[in-house]
Design a protein around this ligand. Structure first.
Ligand code: PMP
Length: 383
């Protein structure tokens, strides 16, 4: 006899499988920044966010190893108890300098960052306006805050302004939240206009720049692309171009001090392992020493978008939207048979009817590898 919990789970799994929406894990070894090992085969990956290949950079690995030798594998407690290894302050100072803010706070992950930051500043009676394509963890943070949460149309400042005008009056504090570089579309938010709208309506602006750091502009992310943009909360991760794990937010010192004393995902969660912090510092050193690396991912992405007559890539991410989940899965299987990994992204990660291959480019991809991908994709492109 099956218990009701197991029966519930099995029923859900069957439903998802019937609509090609079941997700399963595939053990995947990554021994360098470009190739992955899956199912006994070696594939060129266009699905990793390791945009600069730094997860396997010798200096980054050496820094992590040295930190393990000195400090061990874990932080031992929340940062507010005994987990605030001295490397945290060093990394926070580096990130604040990079972003041009007074201070920064490190989080365990990007998900934990947005889930922690948003409820720290807004709550019941307040308003959050979120770009409809913003990352899932921004929505989770909004939900945790219990503030009224309203989506605005993707990158549509007129819609945002209209919603600010109609809803702002009733609300207490108001927060606008968006990705800087959109994770599944690779396009960039119009931060100067969004920030102007925010100021006009006395709203705060949070930008998640997980996919901007190390890739966009001079490598410091999207905010600096916009001369006028004032981003109150500059959030990002250490898990993409930085090649490791963890996240940060940069802001004024009082904002950061308040986060450190009140954000639940800082207060009640163990500090990152010191090795992650050391690796991030070393990765930032590599980027500072070799700034030319930063141009690599977008150059490769543009090589593909030009060859396939797609809009020019704005970031390291290029979506090949195929429509139904089954089509995206079939395309991914076809590419995999050709030695290329481009994982199918399906709802609810992307809106229904926009299942896609989400391509992510690295400075470590060769032109030949990109050209191989271009040829493999041609038969799948809508005519
Ligand atoms: N924000 C964005 C835009 C992301 O794409 C991701 C993850 N891919 C996250 C936040 C979550 O970051 P993490 O993986 O460090 O939890």
């Amino acid at each position: 006899m099956t218990d009701t919990l197991t029966a519930f789970a099995q029923g859900k799994i069957d439903q998802l499988a019937a609509s090609s929406l079941l997700r399963t894990l595939r053990p995947t070894g990554r021994r360098d920044g470009v190739f992955v090992e899956r199912g006994g085969r070696r594939l060129v990956s266009f699905s990793c966010n390791d945009y600069l290949g730094l997860s396997h950079h010798p200096a980054v690995k050496a820094a992590a190893q040295a930190a393990i030798e000195t400090y061990g594998t874990g932080s031992g407690a929340s940062r507010l108890i005994t987990g605030d290894n001295p490397l945290f302050a060093e990394l926070e100072a580096r990130l604040a300098a990079l972003k041009g803010t007074e201070a920064a706070c490190i989080f365990g992950s990007g998900y934990l960052a947005n889930a922690g930051i948003i409820p720290t500043f807004v709550g019941p009676g307040d308003l959050i306006l979120v770009d409809e394509l913003a990352h899932a963890c921004i929505w989770s943070g909004a939900k945790l805050s219990s503030a009224q949460t309203v989506a605005f149309r993707h990158n549509d400042v007129a819609d945002l302004s209209a919603k600010l005008a109609s809803l702002r009056g009733e609300a207490g504090r108001t927060l606008i939240a968006t990705d800087g570089v959109f994770s599944m579309d690779g396009d960039i938010a119009p931060l100067d206009e969004i920030s102007r709208a925010a100021r006009a309506h006395d709203a705060w602006l949070l930008v998640d720049d997980a996919h901007g750091l190390g890739v966009v502009g001079d490598g410091s992310g999207t905010a600096k692309l916009f001369a006028d943009a004032r981003v109150d909360l500059q959030m990002g991760t250490l898990s993409k171009a930085i090649g490791g794990y963890g996240a940060y937010v940069c802001a004024t010192k009082p904002v950061i001090d308040f986060i450190k004393t009140r954000s639940r995902t800082v207060v009640y969660s163990t500090g990152l392992p010191p090795a992650n912090v050391a690796a991030a510092l070393a990765a930032l050193d590599v980027i500072a020493r070799e700034p030319e690396r930063v141009a690599g991912p977008i150059a490769r992405a543009r090589r593909l978008t030009a060859a396939l007559n797609l809009p020019a890539a704005e970031s390291a991410v290029v979506p090949i939207v195929l429509g139904e989940a089954e089509t995206a899965l079939a395309a991914a299987r076809d590419l995999e048979a050709r030695g290329l990994l481009a994982v199918a992204i399906r709802p609810p990660t992307v809106p229904a009817g926009t299942a896609r291959l989400r391509l992510a480019f690295s400075s470590e991809h060769t032109e030949e590898q990109v050209d191989q991908l271009i040829e493999a994709l041609r038969p799948w492109l809508p005519r």
